[in-house]
Design a protein around this ligand. Structure first.
Ligand SMILES: [Zn+2]
Length: 318
């Protein structure tokens, strides 16, 4: 009896674990988890259970998913940075239980009644179900070290983190809140570009977010922009490139248009790797490359520095 209860309890706990834990292997059941009897003939399949291992696209090592999660989705062999979800990212950066999410329920409307392969509302809903997000950004006020920060984190798994009305409005409100409360802003970007299904309304978000950042700058409040793989198009052409400090993760692809479009437009030979974080650091577009595992500590150091400068500036103008 006691054993049965214990088994049930531990199974229940497994399902309610946070997203950092990999989901249990498909078809895992109480009995199945036990070692298969040798020579029983039942388990002829010796292949690796699906969803337990991930192949690193850079060094081709098979990495155990749990190890990958514990390493913040960075390959332990070659430091390749896998994509990471917005929630995991926030979890890795902010002090426990300090993230107060803003506009959590904000969701897209369908102003153009747009249909590509599927109607836009259906596409949004499918992504909401698949990602457990309402749209491609999470925003909120939190603490990183001793600093209270307005933090926005984008998630590529939601329609390629395209910049639609919801992303633009949530970030604008975040920046406005920071301006009002005199907080620094950190936005961690990733994006495939504008949300085509929202047409012109999507492009307007570029102007809106940039204008909000101008008011933030007027108040001499710091804004740190962190670019992650990939950050392109409308996002790169607006708030992602407006940081007082512009940082990037190693190996991140950063650019406006794709290489083929640039080559066709300029008719010029493009240097190898010209859209990587490393190339852009050498050419002065970004200020530093920050590995994911150092990110929290580096944010704290930068905020210490920027807040110190801000105090000096305020004292001088008083
Ligand atoms: Zn690797």
């Amino acid at each position: 009896m006691a054993t049965t209860t214990f088994t049930k309890k531990s199974l229940g706990l497994e399902t309610s674990e946070p997203a950092l834990t990999p989901p249990p292997a498909k078809g895992a059941q109480t009995n199945f988890a036990k070692k298969p009897k040798l020579g029983s003939g039942k388990s002829k399949k010796r292949d690796i259970p699906e969803g337990l291992w991930t192949k690193c696209p850079k060094c081709e090592t098979m990495v155990f998913d749990k190890e990958l999660d514990e390493n913040l989705k960075v390959c332990p062999k070659c430091e390749y940075h896998f994509p990471i979800g917005a929630r995991e990212r926030i979890h890795s950066l902010v002090e426990t239980c300090t993230f107060e999410e803003m506009d959590a329920e904000m969701t897209s409307v369908d102003p153009l009644k747009f249909i590509d392969k599927t109607p836009y509302p259906k596409r949004v809903q499918e992504h909401q179900t698949a990602t457990n997000l309402k749209d491609a950004v999470l925003t909120g006020i939190c603490k990183i070290g001793e600093h209270r920060v307005a933090l926005g984190v984008m998630d590529f798994s939601f329609i390629a983190a395209s910049l639609g009305s919801v992303v633009g409005e949530k970030l604008t409100r975040l920046i406005e809140r920071a301006t009002e409360k005199e907080l620094p802003v950190i936005i961690i970007s990733t994006s495939g570009g504008a949300r085509m299904q929202e047409g012109m309304l999507s492009l307007m978000q570029m102007a809106k977010t940039s204008a909000a950042l101008a008011y933030l700058a007027q108040r001499r409040l710091p804004y740190i922009s962190m670019l992650t793989h990939p950050t392109t198009a409308g996002v790169m052409a607006s708030y992602a490139s407006l940081g007082d400090l512009i940082l990037a993760e190693p190996g991140a692809m950063i650019g406006f248009a794709g290489p083929r479009v640039i080559k066709d437009t300029t008719q010029a030979e493009l240097p190898p790797g010209f859209q990587t974080a490393e190339f852009l650091l050498d050419h002065g577009l970004i200020d530093a490359i920050v590995p994911r595992k150092e990110m929290k500590q580096r944010f704290i150091e930068y905020l210490d520095f920027l807040n110190g400068r801000q105090k000096v500036a305020t004292a001088a103008s008083a």
